[in-house]
Design a protein around this ligand. Structure first.
Ligand code: SAM
Length: 280
C-alpha cells in the first residue's frame, strides 16, 4: 500500500473486521464483476440504484408540480414515475437560451451523477457561476428539493434531469462534458450486489466516452472496500490517468462541499477517499 493510500480522514480502528478483510479480495471481485459485465445487456438490465418511495416535503412537492420549476427540471415522468430521457441527446443545448442561462452552451460543463438531495450541487453551482452544471438523480424528493433550492438561490447555471445517468450518457455525443462527478455512490456492500456498483469497467466505458479529452472524472466514497475497488478499476482503465499517480488517492479537494452522505459516513466513523482521473 502506498503512503498516499490513506483516507482523507483516517479512521481504520472504526472499521469492522469483515470490512477490512473484504478490501483484500477487491482485486478478485473487480475481475469477476468485469466478466459479468461482458454481457451486452448488462448496463441496461443491472441498475445502480434501487428506487425508494419516501415522503415528499412541501417544497419538493411544489418544485415537482409547479411549472415555474420547469426552468430547472428539464424532463417529465412517465406514469411509473420514471424520468423520460429519450429526447435528451445534448446537455449543452439545455443552456442555449442565453436570456435564461447567460453562460450559453459553450461554457465549461460539469455533470453530477446521483446528487441525492442536491445540497452540495447547489453550493458548487453557486460558487462557480460561469460554469454550467447538470445534475441527474432518480430520487424524486431530491430532484424536487434541488430544484426548489436552485430557485431560491436564483441560479441560472443549473439544470436537473430525472433519470438514469447510464441510459442518458449512452445518448450523448462523444467528448461532450468537461467534468463528471460521482460523490458517495451507493456502495452496494454485499458481494452479490457488487455488480450494481457504478464504478465498473463497463460503466466507465460509458462515462469516459462522453468526457472531453483533458476533462475529468471525480469520485469519492466513505466505504473502504469500494474505495480500493474504484482505485483498481480506474487505475487499470485505459484512457484515464490518476491525477495523484497510480495507486494513490487524492487529498480532499477544497472545491468539493461536504455532501449529506459524506457527513453520514463521517458521523459513523468512516474515512473518506477521493479519486480524480483525467481523460487522456
Ligand atoms: C448514496 S447516495 C449519495 C447522494 C449524494 N451524492 C451525497 O453524497 O449525499 C447515491 C445517489 O445516487 C443516485 N443514483 C444511483 N445510481 C444512479 C443513476 N444510474 N442515475 C442517477 N442517479 C443515480 C441514487 O438515487 C442516490 O440518491
Amino acid at each position: 500500500m502506498s503512503a498516499e493510500n490513506t483516507p482523507n480522514t483516517p479512521t481504520p480502528d472504526s472499521l469492522q473486521t469483515s470490512e477490512v478483510n473484504d478490501v483484500n479480495v477487491a482485486d478478485q471481485d473487480t475481475a469477476q464483476a468485469a466478466s459479468e459485465a461482458a454481457d451486452p445487456e448488462f448496463s441496461r438490465l443491472i441498475k445502480t440504484f434501487m428506487k425508494r418511495r419516501t415522503h415528499l416535503n412541501k417544497n419538493a412537492e411544489q418544485a415537482l408540480t409547479d411549472p415555474i420549476y420547469a426552468k430547472y427540471i428539464v424532463n417529465t415522468m412517465d406514469d411509473r414515475g420514471q424520468g423520460i430521457i429519450d429526447d435528451i441527446t445534448d446537455l449543452r443545448a439545455l443552456f442555449a437560451d442565453t436570456e435564461q442561462t447567460p453562460n450559453g452552451p459553450d461554457a465549461p460543463l460539469t455533470f453530477e451523477i446521483g446528487f441525492g438531495m442536491g445540497g452540495s450541487l447547489i453550493e458548487m453551482a453557486k460558487a462557480d457561476p460561469t460554469r454550467n452544471f447538470v445534475g441527474i438523480e432518480v430520487h424524486e424528493p431530491g430532484i424536487g428539493k434541488c430544484a426548489f433550492m436552485a430557485n431560491e438561490e436564483g441560479l441560472t447555471n443549473l439544470k436537473i434531469i430525472n433519470g438514469d445517468a447510464i441510459g442518458l450518457m449512452q445518448q450523448l455525443p462523444e467528448n461532450h462534458i468537461d467534468r463528471i462527478q460521482l460523490y458517495f455512490p451507493d456502495p452496494w456492500q454485499k458481494k452479490r450486489h457488487y455488480k450494481r456498483r457504478f464504478v465498473s469497467p463497463k460503466r466507465m466505458e460509458i462515462v469516459t466516452r462522453v468526457i472531453k479529452n483533458g476533462g475529468w472524472f471525480h469520485t469519492a466514497t466513505d466505504w473502504e472496500h469500494y474505495a480500493f475497488w474504484m482505485l483498481e478499476v480506474l487505475d487499470n482503465f485505459e484512457g484515464l490517468t490518476n491525477t495523484a499517480g497510480k495507486d494513490n488517492f487524492t487529498p480532499r479537494p477544497d472545491f468539493r462541499p461536504m455532501t449529506k452522505f459524506e457527513k453520514r459516513g463521517l458521523d459513523r466513523g468512516h474515512g473518506v477517499w477521493d479519486l480524480i482521473y483525467t481523460k487522456d
